[in-house]
Structures are given as structure tokens and as C-alpha cells.
Design a binder for this molecule. Structure first.
Ligand code: FAD
Length: 967
């Protein structure tokens, strides 16, 4: 690293840096150059040595910020900063002899390197004339320094604002005519050097051109600086940079130099854009910095390996974004002032902030932001169902495809450098984390960062849980898991593999004889489920867990090179259509089998991520939707030779809104030699049965508080699949983090048990969000309807609009292309949302309209109450959070509430009462007609509106009587 000891602006665009480089300074001579590299990944910039001081051990370089790299150098490298590389001195020094009258001509960038040569020629006893050219006076520099060593200094400016008007060549021509020099040295842009050569040629004045700008590596290796001199190829970095200007083929040189022009122009424009973004988002702190119409409507596609190629290998399928693709996708994030995506992330990653860093190419900074909340960004970027989590909440998703948050997270995780961890001073407490799956890892990381001494106890010989033994390497490469788990070791977490808690030692042992102050159970739900149909115990009927474990954990795909066989045949049926089933299908395909998925519902109901389903289809997997296995068929020797399936039809929606599969009695036999059952998992009973007194729910999962993850046993916490049943990586991590926070409180309280409210820890099967106790299973996630205004015919898209009114005029909106609602209560939810939004917008507009401080305060409180109702609906019905009102008056509000008058504050309150009464009436009218699922909601909403009416009536009376109201 080379430290900058002085940095100064010579002109608005020209800067000098004095750099500590003692070896270079000791060997430097006039005319030589150095190669500078700012940082890893930056280009090598050839720069002529403008000055050097062997005593101070410094070298001075002068740079005009013209391109992307020099602009970066100008903006980011100041006194005290360092350059990554500073190589030199390179090239041959200028021959300084006693020539007589020497003229040094410098233009643009060439003015600074003229200086050491001018000084050297003068010191050698020559008469010196220095001609330097600038575009205008503002850009001129070093006139005093040059004048000190020049017998005559001629400054030229293109616009005549200083010195002579015109180009340096005109001054040179005049000089040659009046006072013929013995030597001309030209340094600067190629065109200028060529013009100088043409001016001196007729007079036969020996002329030298300094060609340092054409260098690439500068060490004689690459040959990019080759130049034809008198028809012979010479190399500027070895034979030059000074050459007889009359012998140089400038045309050839200029032609070759032009090849980078388009790239350089694009890079400069890109740099300027990033600087602007940095100024807007970081320096000025602005948000919502771009308009929706400026955004690409679809995600930047993820590059994937060819389907045919990948169906034979375990190499990763999705290849990840390049930097330019990541930046392009990041540009689709509008940096909302009230971002909603964070609430869709179970570990609450500050998504807009990490994207903000990415937007200015600060990938390390972006990683730092993600790691505040998640230690597994490369894992989660690959396997999280973002489409039902953060991306489903993305504001732009109402109009176009959401930002590809997961792909950006993966890019940042893969390419960012992890900063040294910040670990709090030791708390002197030890905690055992049982299981090294996502829940355990997340819990351990947070505890370790807070200064707890954490030991992970893992039953298997490897870490990662399902990440390692369940998810195949073509979706999640093993080295990614290794790298992310290694982050835990950096935090000081100890990991002990081959320790089966419940067998090797019990939870009670951990809390007593082994001296742990608390225990976290993150043991997953690893026990398999079977179908319970005849023939299921035949040899080649295996569970998904067994199949995947044999391949992923024991390397069965490499049998017999590796000892574990997999034991499947050539014709495989996989039962189920979740992510696990997709993994089994695709692994079996890679082992060379013909594979078929049998699933009792339709493709639309398949729980697997759409992306996984599509990948499986592309890789040649066959699907038999709406078929349910009723028996496994075997031959007389008990060997599997088929599955008997019954065709199903979709019936009425179940309590989750998914249509039930109904048997039709139509039976078919499907030939196969292997059946893999991928139907979800059960809690592994080893820990639960061997932990005395541990409360379980009715399904056998550990009962834990949904907020603190505390179990009924003091000091014992649990989270992840062992509490929820098979869910997702990120939900398990979220539980691990919640548990860590509660465990810290617990440790802080000296070991007092946290309060425990036992719930069944349900997850929505559609969007996988944890469900509140009052959650009725009506999932509106991702539910967007297209509406048309009955008046202006404008199309709008969204879940609902205030009062069901057109945002452009006061027309009524009617749904168009309304997909079949996932649930009969959906319409009620939509109405509720409409009315609450209308109320909020009205109060915000009323607060903005009134000059009276007390009234404004009251309307703001009422708006806050409406926001609370909206938040409840959003949470309870898994809805996309609505955009914040901008305070302007939607004409629909006026229409719904009668004429609005701003002059009289009391009239505004009266109008609020009218609106609330209408809302109450609206809900009351629907209670009797509503379907059962909607009735309770209407009752609840009507009651809320009544409360508002009562409150406002009291308020109005108080205002009229000049008394203090309730609000
Ligand atoms: P696990 O990951 O199961 O980890 C539990 C750990 O505890 C294991 O390492 C286990 O060996 C250890 N353990 C168990 N018993 C003991 C004991 N007695 N003593 C010590 N250690 C013990 N989710 C997604 O988000 N995206 C996907 O694409 C996805 N694909 C999946 C594919 C498959 C095949 C499977 C099975 C699941 C998939 N999931 C996916 C679900 C996800 O992997 C799980 O929800 C998540 O791993 C649960 O994390 P966990 O920490 O609770 O448990």
C-alpha cells in the first residue's frame, strides 16, 4: 500500500498526489513513469512522474480527471489514503544532454510531466523555452513552477483567456521561424505530439515525443505499447517512452488507441451516474429518487445452465448475476421512503439500505448491512421463497415485477468481503445450541456477537442441517454452506459434531453438569412421513430424507468410488410436489433415471417454488397432477413394479383456501421400479422424548412462545422446524434470532424463566408467514386485482383503493380480470381495506387542510388510528401494505363524504362523522348477507367505526363548547 502524503487541486479537474514510494523515488529520472492501481479490480493507470524527491522518498503525479478511473482517483483518494499499487520507475529516462536551446511543449495532461524534464534540461545548462497549452485560464496550473526553470514561458489557451490565443503548435511554428531550437520535446495528447512533429519536420529540428499514455502493464510483458518507429516495431515501456517524433507512425498509433473509446465513454457515464446516486441517496439523504416509469418492468433474468447439460451434473443450475446485471437490477429499486419489503423478510434485513450500497457499487457495504440481520446471505439468496416474502411486499410489484431481492442478496453474499466481526465483551455465560441448521446457526451468531460463549452440538458429522443433507448441491453448492458456517467460527462459536442430544447427553445434563446457562433446541423436523398404503414397506420404497441423505451427505451419486449406494432403479416415481419432492425428482434425474411426479392436487396448488417446478420440467421430469397413490405394486418376489393411482378432481376450498382433491374412483397403474415418498416431515422424537417435562403441541412439535421462542422449561428455548413443522430456511433463522434476543434477556435476568404462552406456532401454507392467534387463514398475499373506472375507464391495479374510487377521478372502480378469489372472505377483506384506506386518506388530507394546530393534531391522531387498523388487516390477512397517502385529496373522498369545506374546522369534523357513519352502515348492511368467514370481520369493523363515530361526536361537542376533547 502506498500512502498519499499530499493531495491538492491544481485546477477544478487537475490534481496532484505526492505519494510515499521510497524505492521509486530513489531510482526515478525525468521522463519516466509509474503504474498506479487504485484498488483490487481497478485498471492500471500509466502516469508520468511529475516530480520526485529521493530524500523525502516521495513521487508526485499529476492527473486530469477525464475518464472513469481518474475521476474515481480524484473523488476517493485523499491525504492519508493509500493506493494499492504504485510500480516504477518505468521506461527509459529522457536523455538530458547539453543540446543548446531546448523547447519543451506540453499540452493538457502533458504539462505536468514537462516539469521534471524542463528542470533537468535547465540544470544541465541548456537554454529552455517552455510552451504549455490549456483550454482556458481556469485549467492552467504550475505557471510559477514552470517559469522558475524556463528562460521563456509561453502559455497558450484555446479561448485566449490567458497568454496567447490558440494552439501550442502555432507558438512553436513562430518560435522556429524566429529562434530555431536545437531540440523539441513534446508531451501530451497524441494529436498534439503529431502536430508538433509536423511543425518541426520542415525545419529539420530534432523532436522527441513521449508516449507514456499508451502503456498497459509497463513491464515489457503485454506488447500493447508497441509503436512503429521508422518501420520497426518498438515498445514504449522498454525502448521508450521517448521516440524520434518524426519517425513515429502516429496514424497507426491513434487508430489502435481508438479501440477503447466506446468502453471508456460508457465507463465514464456509469461513474458519473453512480456519483449522482451517491450524492442523492447518501449525501442528501433523499428517497424515492426515481419514477416508476423509469424502471425496467421485468427482473433482469437469472443466467442458468442449459437444461440438458445440467440434468446430468450436480453443478449449480442458477449461475448468479454478474456485477453489471446486479447493478441493473438494483436500479429497479426506487428506494421508497416507507419501504414495505422489510416487513416481508422474517429476519428484517434492511433491504433498501443494502441495495443503496449496491447502487454505488459498494458491495462490501451492502454485505455489512445484510449481515446485521442474516449470517447466511448466499444461502438465503439461493433458497428463500422470496416471491412470497420480501418480494411480495415490494412496492413496485403493484405495477410490474418486483425487485429481484433474492438474486441481489445472493450476489452480495457471494461477492462482498466480510468485515471483521464486532463482538461485545464476554458476558461470562455459556449457552448450548442444539442443531446446526439455519435456526441454530442464526441463534448462535446473535448470541456470540452479544458476548455469549456458544457451543453448537450437532448430531451429524457435518453442519448445516437440511442445507447440507436435504438441499442438493445443484441448488446450494457445498462450498457456500462451508463459507457461511465458517463465519460462525470467526465469531468464536464452538461447533461439536457427532453429539446427539437426548442420547450423548440430555438437555438436563446440559443445564446442570455441563454448565450451560440456557439451551436452544433447533433440531429440525427430520423424521419422514409415509403414505400408509399397501406395499409401502417394499425394498425400493424410500423416504425423501433417506434418498437425499444418501446422495447429499454420503456421496451416493459417486458409488462405487464412494462406499454408500443409493439403490434406486431406472424408473422412479416421486410422490408429492413440494420443494423436497422437486429435489428428489431432480436428483434422481441426475442419477440417470426416468422420473415422474405424482401429486394429488393440480400444478397451481403445488407447494414447491415455481422456479423449482419450472427447472424440474425443463430437465425432463414428467408430472402426473391430480393423481393420488393408493397402493405400491410389487411382483411375486416383493420387488416394486408400479404404483396404483386414483384420478382426483378439485372440490371446494379447504380452510386455507386451497381446493380439496376429491377422489373420482378412476384407477390407473403406473409402471416404475422405485417410489420415493416426499410428503413432508415429522418431529424427530429423540430430543422431545428424552427431555422430561418439555411441553409439545398436539402434533408432537415443541410448544414455544411465538415471540420469545421460550418453552415451558426454564432456560430452554426452541425454534425452527421443530416448533413450526417443515417450513423455510429464513423462518427458521427468524426464530433463531428471536430466541437469541429472548435468551439474552433471560441471561441478563440472572436465569429467570421468560413468560411462556404456548401456541401452535402455525404458518400460513400459502405464504409461509407466522400466523397470529386471531389469524383465520385468509391469505391475501400477492393478491392484486385489475380495476377499471366506470367513468374515465382508466385501469388501476392494486388490492383495493380508498372507498373503491378511481385514483384519477371520482368514478367507481369495478374489478376486471378478477381471478377466482382464494377465499370467500377475500371480498370482505377488500372492502375493509378500502374503507380503512379511505378514512386514513381523509384524515391526512384534513390535517393538511386545516390551519388550526389543535385540529391538525386531532386529525393526525385519527389518521394514526386508521393506520393501526390497516396494519392489523395487513398482518392478519397477509396483505401487501398499501402506499402512504400523499395528503392530496382524492376526488373519491369528496364524493364519498359529501362536499368538503376547509374554511370551517368544525365542518370537517362533521364530515368525518358522516364518513365514519357511512362506513359503519356499510359493514352493518353486509353482516347478515356475508359468508360465515366474512361475518366476524364485518361485525368487528362495524364496531370499530361506531367507536370512531362516538369519539368524534364527543370531540365535536367539546370543540363547540370550547372544552378539551378526548383526543
Ligand atoms: P434443520 O435444518 O433440520 O437442522 C436441524 C439440525 O439439528 C440438523 O443438523 C440435525 O442433524 C440436528 N439435530 C437433530 N436432532 C439432533 C439431536 N438430537 N442432537 C443434536 N443435533 C440434532 N426451505 C427453504 O427456505 N427453501 C428451500 O428451497 C427449501 N428446500 C428444502 C428441501 C428439502 C429437501 C427439505 C427437507 C427442506 C427444504 N426447505 C427449504 C426447508 C428448510 O430447509 C427447513 O425449514 C430449515 O432447514 C429448518 O431449519 P432448522 O434449523 O429448524 O432445522
Amino acid at each position: 500500500m502506498f500512502r498519499i502524503v499530499r493531495h491538492q487541486a491544481l485546477t477544478p479537474s487537475t490534481f496532484f498526489w505526492e505519494v510515499e514510494a521510497p524505492d521509486v523515488a530513489a531510482a526515478a529520472r525525468a521522463g519516466q513513469f509509474v503504474m498506479v492501481r487504485l484498488h483490487d479490480g481497478a485498471e492500471r493507470i500509466p502516469l508520468t512522474i511529475a516530480d520526485f524527491n529521493a530524500v523525502r522518498g516521495t513521487v508526485t503525479i499529476v492527473v486530469q480527471a477525464l475518464g472513469r478511473s481518474t475521476a474515481e482517483m480524484r473523488d476517493k483518494y485523499h491525504e492519508g489514503d493509500t493506493f494499492a499499487d504504485f510500480v516504477g520507475p518505468l521506461g527509459m529516462p529522457t536523455e538530458i544532454g547539453h543540446e543548446g536551446h531546448v523547447v519543451l511543449v506540453g499540452g493538457g495532461l502533458g504539462v505536468a510531466p514537462v516539469f521534471p524534464q524542463l528542470r533537468a534540461f535547465k540544470e544541465a545548462g541548456n537554454r529552455t523555452t517552455c510552451i504549455v497549452g490549456f483550454r482556458n485560464e481556469e485549467l492552467a496550473f504550475w505557471r510559477d513552477e514552470l517559469g522558475q526553470w524556463a528562460d521563456e514561458l509561453i502559455v497558450c489557451t484555446d479561448d485566449g483567456s490567458a497568454g496567447r490565443h490558440g494552439l501550442v503548435t502555432a507558438a512553436l511554428a513562430e518560435l522556429i521561424a524566429a529562434d530555431r531550437p536545437d531540440l523539441v520535446v513534446a508531451i501530451g495528447p497524441m494529436v498534439m505530439m503529431r502536430a508538433c512533429a509536423e511543425v518541426t519536420r520542415p525545419a529539420g529540428v530534432h523532436t522527441v515525443a513521449s508516449l507514456n499514455t499508451i502503456m498497459v502493464d509497463g513491464t515489457g510483458m503485454c506488447g500493447s505499447c508497441r509503436v512503429s518507429v521508422d518501420g520497426v516495431t518498438r515498445f514504449a515501456c522498454v525502448d521508450g517512452p521517448d521516440f524520434d517524433a518524426h519517425a513515429v507512425d502516429f496514424d497507426e498509433l491513434m487508430q489502435r488507441n481508438r479501440r477503447f473509446k466506446p468502453e471508456e465513454a460508457a465507463a465514464a457515464a456509469d461513474y458519473e451516474h453512480r456519483c449522482q446516486v451517491e450524492q442523492t441517496l447518501f449525501v442528501d439523504g433523499k428517497r424515492t429518487y426515481k419514477k416508476l416509469r423509469e424502471i425496467e418492468p421485468t427482473k433482469v433474468p437469472m443466467p442458468v445452465r442449459d437444461a440438458e447439460v445440467r440434468s446430468h451434473t450436480f453443478d449449480e443450475v442458477s449461475l448468479g448475476y454478474s456485477l453489471s446485471e446486479a447493478l441493473r437490477e438494483a436500479e429497479r429499486c426506487i428506494q421508497c421512503s416507507r419501504p414495505t419489503c422489510i416487513s416481508g423478510c422474517p429476519v428484517a434485513i434492511d433491504i433498501p439500505r443494502f441495495i443503496r450500497h449496491l447502487l454505488v457499487k459498494d458491495v462490501d457495504g451492502a454485505l455489512g448491512v445484510i449481515r446485521e440481520a442474516s449470517i447466511l446471505p448466499s444461502v438465503c439468496g439461493r433458497v428463500c421463497p422470496q416471491e412470497t416474502q420480501c418480494e411480495s411486499q415490494c412496492v413496485i410489484a403493484r405495477k410490474m415485477e418486483p425487485v429481484a431481492i433474492g438474486r441481489l442478496e445472493r450476489f452480495v453474499g457471494d461477492h462482498g468481503k466480510v468485515a471483521a466481526p464486532v463482538i461485545a465483551p464476554s458476558l461470562g455465560k455459556r449457552v448450548a445450541v442444539v442443531g446446526s441448521g439455519p435456526a441454530g446457526l442464526a441463534c448462535a451468531a446473535d448470541l456470540a456477537r452479544a458476548g455469549v460463549d456458544v457451543t453448537i452440538l450437532e448430531a451429524l458429522h457435518v453442519t448445516g442441517g437440511v442445507l447440507r443433507y436435504g438441499i442438493p448441491s445443484f441448488r446450494l453448492p457445498r462450498e457456500i454452506i462451508d463459507r457461511e458456517v465458517a463465519g460462525l467460527l470467526d465469531l468464536g462459536v464452538r461447533i461439536e459434531t457427532d453429539k446427539v442430544v437426548g442420547r450423548t447427553f440430555t438437555v438436563e445434563d446440559l443445564l446442570t453438569t455441563r454448565g450451560f446457562a440456557a439451551v436452544f433446541l433447533g433440531v429440525g423436523a427430520g423424521a419422514p412421513s409415509f403414505l400408509g398404503i399397501p406395499g409401502e414397506n417394499a425394498g425400493r420404497v424410500i423416504s425423501a430424507n433417506e434418498f437425499l441423505t444418501r446422495v447429499n451427505l454420503m456421496g451416493g451419486d459417486r458409488f462405487p468410488d464412494i462406499d454408500t449406494p443409493v439403490g434406486i432403479g431406472r424408473d422412479v416415481v416421486v410422490v408429492g410436489a413440494g420443494n423436497t419432492a422437486m429435489d428428489c425428482l431432480r436428483v434422481a434425474r441426475r442419477l440417470g433415471a426416468e422420473v415422474r411426479c405424482v401429486y394429488r392436487r393440480s400444478r397451481a396448488e403445488a407447494p414447491a417454488r415455481l422456479e423449482e417446478l419450472q427447472h424440474a420440467e425443463e430437465e425432463g421430469v414428467q408430472f402426473m397432477f391430480l393423481h393420488n397413490p393408493v397402493a405400491v405394486l410389487t411382483d411375486t418376489a416383493g420387488v416394486v413394479n408400479g404404483v396404483r393411482v386414483e384420478r382426483m378432481e378439485l372440490g371446494e376450498p379447504d380452510e386455507w383456501g386451497r381446493r380439496r382433491p376429491m377422489p373420482t374412483g378412476e384407477i390407473t397403474d403406473v409402471a416404475c421400479d422405485t417410489v420415493i415418498v416426499a410428503l413432508g416431515t415429522n418431529p424427530n422424537p429423540i430430543v422431545t422424548r428424552n427431555t422430561a417435562g418439555l411441553a409439545l403441541d398436539q402434533r408432537g412439535y415443541v410448544a414455544a412462545d411465538p415471540v420469545t421462542q421460550a418453552t415451558n422449561l426454564p432456560g430452554v428455548f426452541a425454534g425452527g422446524d421443530i416448533v413450526t413443522g417443515g417450513a423455510t430456511v429464513i423462518l427458521a433463522m427468524g426464530a433463531g434470532r428471536r430466541a437469541a434476543a429472548a435468551m439474552l434477556d433471560y441471561l441478563d435476568g440472572g436465569g429467570e424463566a421468560s413468560p411462556v404462552t404456548l401456541t401452535d406456532g402455525r404458518l400460513c401454507p400459502r405464504c409461509h408467514r407466522p400466523m397470529d392467534e386471531d389469524d383465520e387463514g385468509v391469505c391475501c398475499a400477492g393478491s392484486v386485482v385489475a380495476w377499471r373506472c366506470t367513468e374515465c375507464a382508466k385501469r388501476s391495479e392494486g388490492f383495493a383503493f380508498p372507498y373503491g374510487r378511481c385514483p384519477a377521478c371520482d368514478g367507481t372502480l369495478e374489478p376486471i380480470d378478477l381471478a377466482e378469489p382464494a377465499h370467500e372472505a377475500m371480498e370482505a377483506v377488500r372492502h375493509a381495506f378500502e374503507i380503512e384506506l379511505g378514512g386514513r386518506d381523509f384524515y391526512i388530507a384534513a390535517a393538511a387542510a386545516t390551519d388550526d394546530g389543535t385540529m391538525r393534531d386531532m386529525f393526525e391522531r385519527l389518521a394514526a388510528m386508521e393506520r393501526e387498523h390497516i396494519d392489523t388487516l395487513v398482518r392478519r390477512y397477509h396483505m401487501p401494505p398499501p402506499p402512504e397517502a400523499d395528503g392530496s385529496l382524492n376526488p373519491g373522498i369528496l364524493q364519498a363524504g359529501g362536499p368538503m369545506t376547509f374554511d370551517d374546522p368544525l365542518a370537517l369534523v362533521e364530515m368525518a362523522i358522516t364518513l365514519e357513519q357511512r362506513a359503519e352502515q356499510f359493514f352493518l348492511e353486509r353482516i347478515d348477507r356475508a359468508a360465515p368467514a366474512a361475518r366476524d370481520l364485518y361485525c368487528e369493523l362495524a364496531a370499530e367505526e361506531r367507536e370512531h363515530v362516538d369519539l368524534l361526536v364527543t370531540e365535536l361537542a367539546a370543540l363547540r363548547a370550547n372544552r378539551r376533547g378526548l383526543l
